[in-house]
Ligand binder design. Structure first.
Ligand SMILES: Cc1cc2nc3c(=O)[nH]c(=O)nc-3n(C[C@H](O)[C@H](O)[C@H](O)COP(=O)(O)O)c2cc1C
Length: 362
């Protein structure tokens, strides 16, 4: 018999923050916001998940104010009256449906290359230069660039609070700008922002401090981080729990309230000798509220297709208090009623994930 899903669907209080349940929609880029402005269809898409039992929505990556923050078509931004009004519509719709919502603020860093939209005439910005012969595809950030981008993250968070979001998630994962500074392969600097791990961590700490001071103590600042990178699934920032503590504890001290530990498969142990996943270790080390993610409700990590499954192994980990919240990505793309069906035990009614789910805003 399947385990009771009650633990997933009870209201939860994290510090001063309460949520209707522990189900979180994972941030997923959808490329449906022409000109950077989230449309009515985007508001309806998120509200549909909230109305069907998702407690907290983490939006798709939302670009901070920099001409080369983006690297994909039609991503939303979080500056300028039109986009902010679009977001207000999204926030109202989700709140009316009983959910809470935080934007994921994002700069892609060296993923943007000279010659690519949205501003093809400008090279990208990253920790280190990337060239093609004589051509500079990505410019190594100067100290002025660093100050400006840190300030843009802070301003994005300030706007998020001003227009009614419930918190803010900083995208520090998956090989984008903040992660590029953390990872030795993409950070080849020899100044105070590169070299040993403490120096590579400095940019992330400055972003977190600036964001926290922009929003104050009553507005949760979430940091999403990952070991894996799209170009190297086996990459690691931390080989041991001690190294993970060296990464996370300074970030907590700088102002991170919750951590979002991104795994591709939540059921994989992070280090030998323990069944804990990355979120489990993160909670143990930091004592902060922690979100897990990765193949929840699906039998495969593939982008092309995966079958729907139940969530018993996840419930067992929740019962052991290994993490606080559970983010769901592809299963919620495929099936906006995923949370409701899981709550009602309707496993056979779940819609499997296919790549067609990527193209629609159902
Ligand atoms: C279409 C799509 C877009 C994504 N975009 C983002 C994003 O903007 N920011 C982010 O941190 N992760 C992004 N991800 C990763 C998801 O948040 C999640 O970590 C990943 O899909 C694993 O969870 P799942 O197995 O439940 O899908 C994206 C995933 C998908 C499928």
């Amino acid at each position: 018999m399947a385990l009771s899903t009650e633990i997933l669907f009870q209201p939860v209080t994290l510090g001063a923050f309460s949520l209707p349940n522990r189900v979180v929609m994972a941030p997923m880029t959808r490329s449906h916001s022409p000109g950077g402005v989230p449309t009515v269809a985007v508001a309806e898409y998120y509200a549909r998940r909230a109305a069907n039992g998702v407690g907290l929505i983490l939006t798709e990556g939302v670009l901070i104010d920099d001409p080369v923050a983006g690297g994909y078509p039609d991503c939303p931004v979080i500056y300028g009256a039109e986009a902010l009004n679009g977001w207000k519509r999204v926030i109202d719709a989700v709140h009316q449906a009983g959910g809470r919502i935080m934007p994921q603020i994002w700069h892609v860093g060296e993923v943007h290359r000279l010659g690519e939209p949205p501003n093809p005439e400008q090279p990208g910005l990253g920790p280190s230069e990337v060239r093609d012969g004589e051509k500079v595809l990505v410019r190594a950030m100067s100290h002025d660039d660093i100050r400006r981008i840190v300030a843009a993250f802070a301003e994005a968070a300030r706007q998020a609070k001003a227009i009614g979001f419930d918190g803010v998630e900083i995208h520090g994962a998956h090989g984008y700008l903040i992660d590029q500074f953390l990872w030795e392969k993409t950070n080849r600097r020899d100044d105070d922002y590169g070299g040993d791990f403490t120096r590579r961590l400095r940019f992330a700490l400055e972003v977190v401090r600036a964001v926290k001071s922009a929003v104050g103590s009553d507005f949760p600042v979430v940091l999403r981080f990952s070991q894996w990178k799209p170009q190297d699934y086996a990459a690691r920032l931390a080989e041991t729990p001690e190294a993970l503590a060296d990464l996370l504890l300074p970030l907590k001290e700088a102002g991170v309230d919750w951590f979002h530990a991104s795994n591709r498969r939540y059921h994989e142990p992070e280090f030998p000798g323990s069944g804990l996943n990355l979120a489990g270790w993160t909670k143990l080390i930091t004592h902060c509220p922690t979100i897990t993610v990765g193949s929840v409700g699906l039998d495969d990590v593939s982008w092309v297709g995966a079958n729907a499954t139940g969530v018993d192994p996840l419930l067992e980990r929740l019962q052991r208090n290994e993490f606080d919240l559970v983010a769901v990505g592809r299963a919620l793309l495929a099936d906006h009623a995923w949370a409701r069906k899981i709550r009602e035990g309707r496993i056979n009614d779940l819609i499997p994930y296919t790549k067609e789910a990527l193209n629609t805003l159902n």
